[in-house]
Design a protein around this ligand. Structure first.
Ligand SMILES: NC(=O)C1=CN([C@@H]2O[C@H](COP(=O)(O)OP(=O)(O)OC[C@H]3O[C@@H](n4cnc5c(N)ncnc54)[C@H](OP(=O)(O)O)[C@@H]3O)[C@@H](O)[C@H]2O)[C@@H](O)CC1
Ligand SMILES: Nc1ncnc2c1ncn2[C@@H]1O[C@H](COP(=O)(O)OP(=O)(O)O)[C@@H](O)[C@H]1O
Ligand SMILES: [K+]
Length: 491
């Protein structure tokens, strides 16, 4: 699990670290770590540090200061360091340090000539333009230099974060750096975890600056495959189909029978103890042949799924309202999301909107949701009183009244196809039926889908993906058992 903090919390951590040890010079520590990473890249890319040519892009804040001090360290190791101030007034002490070490400060050229300032034979550029003090986007003159570096295929090491991205939301609304490596100081920033900024970071090197922790901080916690393997509710030796969980599925319609079929595949292959299907007649007809283990008719369940493929089902709102009265947890997906009760749901319920569906719930544009998925997921949870799994390139889980969020393991964009959401809803309902709390169910379900999809080199239809999830779960279960054995033999 990797945890990122919003910028205002990182500033608080920084202040606390300085208060705890005023002599600890954070900028020197950051610059030292940055220089070491750049040196490592130079060795890897050209075999040696000595004799390399490095261009520093310098902005007017401390991010530029980090780059200048790192440049001074590299200059002392025989690197030809050139600093190009591109924004604001460069950090004075950093400039002086670079000059003393033999680095050169380039004159900023006129706007249309900026691109010409990239020196011939440049091995690597350091992006010290903007850090956590930056607003998203970059002026044209900086974008021109980035285009030139890109044309020359000069790799960029970003200082703290790639300049131009929105550190808190992960949005990339204008020109921004695409880094080969990002050297992140003190604590991870949300842009390292949220697309599209995440893909701009390249390889991320986290540098420990001795920051402490604080329970009041907002945590954006990203699951990894180890978390998925460890937290999945595998059956134990004494499990029965009832203790594993019976999932009730009320999904599909005569217009959209596939949704019910796909949701049932998701539930069965994610390991439901039993699936009771309450959905459309047309879905049942196909399911009887495809998955003969499914049962029909009333009976006890541990969790429900409503809404996938309902279309304009007239009694949908009543079905959901009745489900809420039972006190059982449930997933509400797709068309069910337009039929939520005015009084809201419950935090034990998981709603699974994509950006367009959440925008409709919030009465805003889809673009607003996509440009700040964490913020939008929060608003969705507060508005509906349910736990929200916002689907998309970055899958965010938010709970009502809670600021911290979970982010699922990222997966390939091939998953973005009709029917994937139905399978995912079935997987999540299985987790609820197994007793997993709604937020964890959303994060684990979305992660299983992503990890499964990543095992295919290209597109795969959702029902095949669902089937393969069973194989992935088998492998994850073995891995979890191995890790538990190793842990046990150590203690
Ligand atoms: N936190 C830590 O523990 C540590 C932090 N450290 C380092 O400090 C960095 C943060 O430094 P920082 O606060 O000086 O902000 P930074 O991003 O360098 O620049 C802000 C300047 O840019 C300007 N500006 C902003 N957006 C703009 C835009 N779109 N286009 C044009 N201009 C724009 C803005 O000017 P404004 O227009 O707001 O007056 C302001 O002058 C951090 O990322 C890390 O590298 C490490 O040294 C040690 C540990
Ligand atoms: N760019 C992307 N990268 C990875 N996964 C994605 C991306 N876009 C969407 N997904 C995933 O694909 C699935 C699509 O779900 P959805 O749009 O609800 O499909 P449907 O409702 O038609 O079944 C979701 O699990 C979503 O998170
Ligand atoms: K930067």
């Amino acid at each position: 699990m990797q945890t990122a903090y919003p910028v205002h919390d990182i500033r608080r951590l920084e202040e606390a670290a300085i208060a705890a040890d005023p002599r600890h010079d954070l900028m020197q520590a950051a610059a030292g770590a940055l220089a070491a990473v750049v040196a490592g890249e130079l060795v890897e890319r050209r075999g040696a540090v000595y004799g390399a040519r490095v261009l520093l892009l310098i902005g007017g804040g401390n991010n530029g200061g980090d780059a200048l001090f790192a440049g001074a360290l590299l200059a002392r190791r025989g690197v030809a360091v050139r600093a190009l101030p591109v924004l604001g007034t460069p950090h004075p002490a950093g400039l002086a340090a670079l000059r003393r070490a033999g680095g050169r400060i380039l004159e900023p050229l006129a706007v249309d000539e900026q691109a010409e300032t990239v020196p011939q034979g440049c091995d690597l550029a350091v992006d010290g333009v903007l850090g956590i003090g930056g607003r998203p986007g970059l002026p044209d003159r900086v974008a021109a230099v980035l285009d030139r570096l890109n044309d020359l295929r000069v790799p960029i090491v970003a200082v703290d974060l790639p300049s131009g991205v929105d550190a808190d939301t992960g949005a990339v609304p204008g020109a921004a750096v695409t880094a080969a490596v990002t050297v992140s100081f003190g604590a991870a920033k949300p842009c390292q975890l949220i697309e599209p900024a995440r893909s701009r970071c390249g390889r991320v090197v986290d540098v420990d600056l001795g920051f402490g922790h604080d329970d009041r901080l907002t945590r954006i916690s990203a699951l990894d495959e180890d978390d998925l393997a460890r937290d999945w509710p595998y059956p134990g030796v004494t499990s029965s189909k009832y203790t594993r969980g019976v999932v009730g599925i009320d999904a599909g319609s005569d217009s959209y029978p596939g949704a019910g079929i796909l949701a049932a595949h998701g539930a069965v292959y994610a390991g439901a103890g039993m699936v009771r299907f309450h959905g459309a007649e047309e879905s049942r007809r196909v399911l009887t042949g495809a998955l003969p283990n499914i049962v029909y008719g009333d009976g006890r369940v541990q969790a429900m799924l409503y809404g996938s493929g309902w279309g304009d089902r007239p009694d949908g709102a009543d079905v959901i309202a009745h489900g809420l009265e039972t006190g059982l947890p449930a997933v509400v997906d797709a068309d069910g999301l337009q039929r939520l009760p005015a009084g809201g749901l419950s935090p034990e319920w998981l709603i699974t909107p994509h950006a367009g569906e959440l925008a409709r719930l919030l009465g805003c544009d889809r673009g607003e949701v996509e440009s700040d998925p964490v913020g939008a997921a929060h608003r969705g949870a507060d508005r509906t009183h349910a736990t929200v799994l916002l689907k998309g390139a970055t899958q965010v889980v938010a709970r009502p009244g809670r600021r911290s969020v979970l982010i699922a393991v990222p997966g390939p964009a091939w998953t973005a196809q009709a029917g994937s959401g139905d399978v995912l809803a079935g997987i999540c309902a299985t987790l609820l039926a197994a007793g997993v709390p709604a937020a964890r169910a959303g994060a684990l379900g979305a992660s299983l889908q992503a990890v499964t999809a990543a095992e295919f080199p290209g597109p795969v239809p959702p029902h095949r993906l669902a089937e393969h999830a069973a194989t992935v779960l088998g492998r994850l279960g073995q891995r979890a058992a191995g890790a538990a054995d190793r842990e046990g033999s150590r203690s």
